[in-house]
Design a protein around this ligand. Structure first.
Ligand code: DAH
Length: 349
């Protein structure tokens, strides 16, 4: 072998050896690559054995090159071994930590917020009676929220519904009830009108167990020929039965709201004790909503003929219904976002 051949063989031996070592994907493969590149039958070992046939003048140079190739290949083996051992260790650690035979962790299923499910139940009950959903803006004008509903400008009834006046142009306020949508609906369509109106309302109230400055109502409005107080009572009774059970009874008593005449409050028989009287209801009745026959002033304000048409309206608080349904003692619990509370009342969608 001459020196040129020897250098060529050594170059190949290093290239092939390094490639095999660096691509070894397991410790076994690395051992095989090591034997092939550095073992007794490796190309470098062969060159080393034939050093004696090389010219004396070239021999030291070739000898040094043989040593260098050996060293490079050994260093590559050592480096690859460290890497593969680290990988193997990481694999072991992972399988130690993860018991792959355990069932997967189930993400908790989402559920409807109790106020959402209550709102839907109330609205659905009216939809099944033939009512349509009507909605209006949360930012209202003084006219729709008060004047058109027959609240005179300085009437004390306005004081019971103090609200928040945003700092924007126009006489805008955050609506204190869903009743302004009665006006908007009567302006927009001719009787017969049968609508159910869900929505968020606002009042300047300090939060306590039964008050929040933001809450939700459902309003209903029926305007048709020949509607009477009996229709109102029958409708609300049908709704109460759909909501609370088939044995529900309702009773009405006089109450005052500027936009109804006569105005009424409505009680439902207690769905906890069946009307016998218990800790929640006291005397067997639960006060639930305000209602009444639409005041003729509203018909005048919206261009509906009060000689031809009559109507009834009602409004109720969703939080109150949800508190009664679920026995929740404090309205604030619905808005605190405590999953331990909410998950007990969550309904699937
Ligand atoms: N808007 C009234 C309130 O928030 C509730 C109400 C009472 C609505 C009587 C009505 C009604 O439609 O007839 O206090």
């Amino acid at each position: 072998m001459n020196d040129v051949q020897a250098m060529e063989r050594l170059g190949e031996a290093r290239g092939q050896g390094l490639a095999a070592i660096e691509t070894a994907s397991s410790l076994e493969e690395l051992r095989a690559a090591e034997v092939a590149a550095l073992g007794r039958r490796s190309p470098v070992a062969e060159v080393q054995r034939s050093l004696g046939t090389i010219d004396l003048a070239d021999r030291p140079r070739i000898g040094r090159e043989v040593n260098r190739v050996f060293e490079d290949l050994r260093a590559a083996v050592a480096a690859r071994r460290v890497a593969l051992e680290a990988e193997a260790e990481a694999d072991v650690a992972l399988t130690d930590r993860i018991d792959v035979t355990l069932p997967g962790r189930r993400p908790p299923p989402g559920g409807l917020h109790p106020l959402t499910s209550t709102m839907r139940a109330v609205v659905d009950a009216f939809i099944s009676l033939g009512y349509r959903v009507s909605e209006g803006p949360e930012l209202e004008t003084e006219w729709y929220n008060f004047d058109a509903l027959n609240f005179p400008p300085d009437h004390p009834a306005r004081l019971t519904q103090d609200t928040l006046y945003p700092d924007v142009p126009g006489d805008l306020l955050l609506r204190t009830h869903t009743s302004p949508v009665q006006i908007r609906t009567m302006e927009a369509q001719e009787p017969p009108i049968y609508v159910v109106i869900p929505g968020r309302c606002f009042r300047r109230d300090t939060p306590d167990a039964t008050h929040l400055p933001v809450f939700q109502q459902v309003e209903i409005l029926a305007v048709d020929e020949g509607l009477s107080l009996a229709d109102m009572k029958g409708t609300l009774e049908a709704w109460a039965r759909a909501m609370f059970g088939p044995d529900q009874r309702v009773r009405i008593y006089p109450d005052y709201f500027p936009f109804v005449e006569p105005g009424a409050g409505l009680d439902v028989s207690c769905f906890l004790c069946g009307g016998r009287g218990c800790r929640v209801c006291g005397n067997g009745w639960i006060e639930l909503l305000g209602a009444g026959m639409v005041h003729p002033a509203l018909f005048e304000n919206t261009g509906i003929d009060p000689e031809r048409y009559s109507g009834f309206a009602a409004g109720l608080g969703i939080e109150r219904v949800a508190m009664l349904l679920h026995g929740v003692p404090d309205i604030r619990m619905f808005y605190e976002g405590d999953v331990r509370f909410l998950s007990q009342l969550a309904r699937s969608a």
